[in-house]
Design a protein around this ligand. Sequence first.
Ligand SMILES: NC(=O)c1ccc[n+]([C@@H]2O[C@H](COP(=O)([O-])OP(=O)(O)OC[C@H]3O[C@@H](n4cnc5c(N)ncnc54)[C@H](OP(=O)(O)O)[C@@H]3O)[C@@H](O)[C@H]2O)c1
Length: 241
Amino acid sequence: MSRPPTGTPIAGAVALVTAGNRGLGRALVDELLERGATKVYATSRSSQRRRDERIVPLVLDVTDDASVAAAARAASNVSIVVNNAGVQLGTPVLDAPLDDIRSELETNLFGTIRVARAFAPILASHSSSAMVNVLSVLSWLALGRGYEISEAAAWSATNSMRLQLRGQGTVVTALYVGCMDRDVTAGVHIPEADPRDVARQAADAIVAGTFEVLSDDVTRFVKSQLSRDVTALYGQLLAAA
Ligand SMILES: NC(=O)c1ccc[n+]([C@@H]2O[C@H](COP(=O)([O-])OP(=O)(O)OC[C@H]3O[C@@H](n4cnc5c(N)ncnc54)[C@H](OP(=O)(O)O)[C@@H]3O)[C@@H](O)[C@H]2O)c1
């Protein structure tokens, strides 16, 4: 029988953040600790020095089944999992080698699914638990590259995971982010969000059991346009070819 979703306490919890060594992942690790998590597994693909007694560095490559299984064995008591690992290779959809686009899907889509599958039974052992999937506003806005394909696919996968894990008391939160620290839009300027602010919103969502976080104005605007004509987001279609 399914239970109604509730938020997951961070104080006293053990969490895992993939790619928790830098960027948004590091900000998420710090925010979880600030809110009272007793231990946070912070993964990266290479071994890291321990910068805080409460942070346990873990080597994890989300494209590798054995690596994900080993991480799940090592972090077998987590009630919070954050799928933050991601790559952006700058792959024009009609020109890049398909293997490069596959490689983005392998990390951003299949990597997230792999981690979700491995950790779902662990999360199920807690009365309430949380999975946060870090996604991009580019799940909803194509700029012509494989990255957006992978983020759109991960958006759909996240919706499926949320439905499937609801019955075990795990709330799956999609955390949509615009641009944080670099120009992801290949020449188009959009305001940069502060990873610490995004991390605070993610922590609030874990505690509240929120399904979606639109973390900045750009993301909120793009989502608001999705039910309009396709030219609302792709105004260039109206210009002469
Ligand atoms: N930066 C932005 O403006 C922006 C905007 C929207 C969404 N996002 C999303 O937010 C997340 C974090 O972005 P970020 O900019 O903070 O990260 P980042 O600085 O680009 O670093 C990417 C992280 O992903 C890890 N990673 C890459 N491939 C991996 C794999 N196969 N297995 C495990 N880890 C892997 C890297 O690990 P290593 O340290 O081992 O290389 C690194 O820690 C990503 O999912 C990204 O798509 C970012």
